[in-house]
Design a protein around this ligand. Structure first.
Ligand code: NCN
Ligand code: DMD
Length: 352
């Protein structure tokens, strides 16, 4: 366990925090007037241990995997869409491909367990654990060994990438079911509150999905802790994201979290090592039912670690699209810290 799950220290440095606050408050604006950008500036400064945070070589990593549970009719789309969208990511035509290009994000697609043989090529890492998970309504989605292998692979892959920022993306037909199951079990919530329409189920489809997920929870009463729950409910792309998040946090990289499924990986990682949350920037509030509860489940209401998503655009796509859309805000936070004048340097009068 200790080899698999690294130690992650807390960033709480009262001196640096006071200096950052003084630097932010000293800039030429009414106190607090840059709102949420100011807390982002503070967070980036704390992560990097400096008054001048800088972002370099941001890595968009899109983890893909298939889900045995999809056979139970829990998604509006067929499983083949997973590999077809991987091809689309690599061809440059998916939403995340366009947005990553726009913002200069290097994009890597990771085959964590897609039920398809891909031709090797630049931008694709084939790290298949298996050709899709098992059907969690019949058995554990993956063995504990597979789960550990996926986490270790995610850590290794992230460790090999350059830069100081990770943007999380994912693709996997059926993976809103895994994320909802993880939330229901780890936060002890009714699965009906955690499950949403995913790729676009209608009312009857959602009712069916919830009844399938209730049976899956009953099938795995023993899977109560983070790792057994991850193994029971899947998927490989979520497990690999858990590894990538743990490694990125250990290396003090900024982690930009996308939507419901990326957040479920952070939920698991934060149950193992709560300090990962200090490195996480939550890009947006997804339209998927359950995402708000997912964010609340990560930390108590009064905690400074309670996730506060940057955007609320009604997104429900995944892929890392929301993380890419939020990226310019992180760049702006750094630019403001570095370039905005202070009252003293600009000769502007302070509050009377
Ligand atoms: O990230 C989100 O908030 C999100 C919300 C709804 C759907 N998705 C994407 O839709 C796929 C999973 O949906 P489903 O219905 O097949 O479980 C998967 O590829 C996700 O990237 C993603
Ligand atoms: C077309 C399509 C694109 C996606 N991107 C992420 N999840 C997706 C699901 C579908 C169905």
């Amino acid at each position: 366990m200790h080899d698999l799950i690294p130690h992650i220290s807390s960033l709480q440095d009262a001196t640096l925090k006071a200096e950052l606050q003084q630097c932010i408050d000293g800039k030429t604006k009414p106190l607090g007037a840059l709102g949420r950008l100011e807390t982002l500036m503070m967070q980036l400064g704390l992560i990097q241990g400096t008054l001048r945070p800088q972002l370099r070589e941001p890595q968009m990593m899109v983890f893909a995997g298939d889900h045995g549970l999809a056979a139970q009719g829990v998604s509006a789309y067929p499983s083949d869409v997973t590999w077809q969208m991987v091809e689309n990511f690599l061809a440059g035509g998916a939403a995340v491909s366009v947005l990553a290009r726009q913002h200069g994000l290097e994009m890597t697609v990771v085959d964590a367990g897609v039920a398809h043989d891909f031709a090797p090529r630049a931008g694709l890492v084939i790290a298949k654990i298996a050709c899709g998970t098992q059907d969690a309504s019949e058995q554990a989605a993956m063995s504990m060994d597979q789960c550990a292998t996926a986490i270790a692979a995610g850590r290794k892959l992230l460790g090999q990438r350059p830069g100081n920022a990770l943007l999380l993306g994912e693709m996997g037909i059926g993976n809103t079911s895994s994320a909802a199951l993880l939330l229901a079990r780890l936060a002890d919530l009714p699965v009906a509150d955690c499950a949403g329409r995913g790729t676009g189920l209608d009312d009857a489809g959602l009712t069916h999905k919830i009844s399938v997920l209730e049976k899956v929870l009953q099938r795995h009463p023993e899977a109560r802790e983070a790792l057994p729950a991850l193994a029971a409910f899947g998927g490989f792309e979520i497990a690999m994201m858990v590894g990538a998040v743990l490694q990125a946090a250990q290396e003090n990289r900024v982690i930009v979290v996308d939507g419901f499924i990326s957040s479920s990986a952070v939920l698991v990682a934060s149950r193992l090592r709560p300090a990962v949350l200090e490195r996480c920037v939550f890009a947006h509030q997804s339209e998927e039912r359950g995402h708000a509860l997912m964010l609340q489940a990560m930390a108590p209401a009064e905690s400074a670690l309670r996730p506060q998503p940057l955007l609320n655009l009604g997104l429900r796509l995944g892929e890392g699209s929301g993380a890419a859309l939020a990226w310019p805000l992180l760049e702006s936070a750094c630019r403001v810290m570095a370039e905005m004048a202070s009252f003293a340097s600009a000769g502007v009068s302070e509050k009377a």
